[in-house]
Design a protein around this ligand. Structure first.
Ligand code: MN
Length: 389
């Protein structure tokens, strides 16, 4: 038996985690979960999985849940999220926390769950971007396991199984290129939110789909790979691979390259993160037919065409408080774009300006990071709204 805590149960990764848990229902038990605003979906998860603790974003939803389920422990907001992430069912079974939250709000609950000694299955890449150093230090200190859910990092994690770290020459992240991979810079000038949300290969939440269109997603994944696998930035490469069949690769010093392949389906990395080092049969997973795919394509990634990727490398290499700025500026800018308040190319402009203006804070602690993140987002959003008036 294993206890599962799921943060962000009604989002894209959360929903697919619920599907995987159905395949695992006799060995894994959902004991606690959090959700945003989708109350009806949360109620159906409670009815199906009978968890002991549920956290909603809004107080009014928590009040409704208390009325319907008098025996359920209910929380809400950021306090509730911490209770949810550290919930202790009081048995001797190991607990895994699946962090499927979007954005830096996933940071505090991740650190709290690490300190509690829980295994972390991490889909919330912003946590590693904004505070990778602190999170990996906490993981080492509390000797917990951190398993990636991001498909590229799951691929690398699988390729490195049984390999010695010293044999790694470089990590190669594949990138689909997102919704606008065939557009020129000029054509990006007037693209709409709807166009940006149309990802060619993966069906994902809106924030990550925009991050894919700007390639910031790949930039974040470079930083994520640096912290997860303890590899220098000059040993992390990216390659454009439009089919999304090879999920990433590892090159070793003898020039051998290992890759992990499969049809694009997030249930595979989710299941692996839960059952590692075991593997399970996944309902409705489509096996890869190589002859059906026929050809795979690889192209160089152009930093001029995708400046956000360059900003991410720069911020990662400089380190300290700069990755926090990168993430906060991106989160605020993507929010503004999704609300129709700025244009697509303003996203990268806002990120660049904030990186340029920032006065570096050496080795920021957790509180400094959380404060900086909050201040930057508020400043970016209020100044954009002032300009729009
Ligand atoms: Mn990914």
């Amino acid at each position: 038996m294993k206890n599962i805590i799921l943060l962000g149960a009604t989002g894209s990764i959360g929903t697919q985690t619920i599907e995987v848990l159905r395949d695992l229902s006799n060995q894994y038990r959902l004991v606690s979960f959090s959700f945003g605003k989708n109350l009806s979906k949360a109620i159906s998860i409670i009815n199906e999985f009978k968890p002991r603790y549920v956290c909603s974003e809004l107080k009014e939803h928590a009040d409704i849940l208390k009325n319907i389920f008098p025996y359920l422990q209910v929380g809400y907001g950021s306090e509730g999220l911490l209770e949810c992430a550290t919930f202790d069912v009081g048995d001797h079974y190991p607990t895994t926390v699946v962090n499927a939250l979007v954005g830096s709000l996933g940071l505090k609950p991740t650190v709290a769950a690490i300190r509690k000694g829980y295994t972390i299955a991490l889909a919330n890449k912003e946590t590693l971007v904004t505070a990778g150093k602190i999170v990996t230090e906490e993981v080492r200190k509390h000797q917990v396991t951190l398993v990636p859910i991001d498909s590229e990092h799951s691929a690398i994690f699988q390729c490195l199984h049984g390999e010695n770290h010293k044999n790694i020459k470089r990590i190669i992240l594949t990138a689909s290129g997102g919704a606008f991979r065939d557009k020129t810079r000029d054509q990006l000038e007037d693209v709409t939110v709807e166009e940006a949300l149309r990802h060619p290969n993966w069906s994902m939440g809106s924030k990550i789909t925009i991050d894919s269109a700007t390639m910031m997603n790949k930039g974040f994944e470079v930083i994520e790979a640096h912290f997860l696998f303890n590899v220098d930035y000059d040993s992390i490469a990216t390659v454009l691979h439009r089919e999304s069949i090879i999920h990433s690769l590892v090159e070793f010093h003898d020039t051998a390259i290992l890759a992990q392949l499969g049809t694009p389906d997030m249930k595979v990395p989710i299941a692996y993160a839960l059952t590692y080092p075991d593997r399970i049969m996944i309902s409705n997973a489509k096996p890869l037919d190589l002859t059906e795919v026929g050809t795979l394509h690889f192209e160089k990634v152009d930093f001029t065409r995708f400046p956000c990727l360059k900003y991410a490398y720069d911020a990662g290499i400089i380190g300290h408080s700069l990755p926090t700025v990168l993430n906060a500026a991106n989160e605020a800018a993507v929010k503004l774009f999704l609300e129709g308040k700025i244009k697509f190319l303003d996203i990268e402009k806002i990120i660049y300006e904030n990186l340029e203006q920032h006065k570096l804070i050496k080795d920021p602690d957790l509180e400094t990071i959380i404060q900086l993140d909050k201040e930057l987002k508020e400043r970016i959003i209020s100044s954009a709204e002032r300009r729009a008036l």
